[in-house]
Design a protein around this ligand. Sequence first.
Ligand SMILES: [Zn+2]
Length: 277
Amino acid sequence: MKEKSIEVICPQCQTKKIIKIPNYFFQNKESESIKIQIKRGMFCDHEFVAFIDRNGKIMGYETFDVILDLSEFLKYTDKEKLFIPNILKIFGHICVLHTFHAILTLTPIIILRSELDQNYAKELTYLINALLPEDYKSEMMIVSNISEEKFKNAKIRDGLVLSPLGLIANTPWNQKTLKYEIQLLEKVLKILDPKMQLLILQGEFEIVLHHASFITEKIKSKSYFEEDLITEFNMQFKMQIDREYLNLLKDIVLFRFKGDIKQIKNRSLANLKKSLW
Ligand SMILES: [Zn+2]
């Protein structure tokens, strides 16, 4: 058997279908779960992501409310270069959201592909580096390929592993809902010119990285409860942030700026520990 058959059930309308995933996706010991995007029309009218463990068992689903119509964009794109609408079409939007997260966290991106799949590494490297804000361009990001045979024993723990099949074989982070990235993608797709989309993204990334470096500096000398850190943040930037956004910043602090996020404490957990004593 060269592939695993897995029964997937749509979390919204309960339509059942069997999907087949090549076995090599399950063979790397460092990969804890595989995420697969089920596109609208593949099963039913819904779009969702299925989380599958290494034994091929479904661990959960995540629905997407984003409705993307790319037909308008694809007319505009350049044949030589990749733009956001092209990678959405090739990899699917779950891969694009995690790619945004990888850019922000300076995480290497690895494309898991078979010999039959086209090689996108060079174009994707170019696109990602175009998205890096000017101040961060000195640390170039490289997208590499890995073949199905090499994947089994590869060290992938610290990398984002994508596949043109719309599958994600590894992420170094635990975040499931990439809420900020979804909002950003929606915002960017309202802009028709693909070159302008890149500029807007680059500007947004610059702001987020600036926010994360503020947090990195704050926690260098003392620890904070999440709530207090959010209050200081709100005072500094005159904007309200929520926990989800703080979680994104924590990932950037941890992976890109190598900050000690243990300095950010959760008050309810601390209270719980106290009451246990
Ligand atoms: Zn459905």
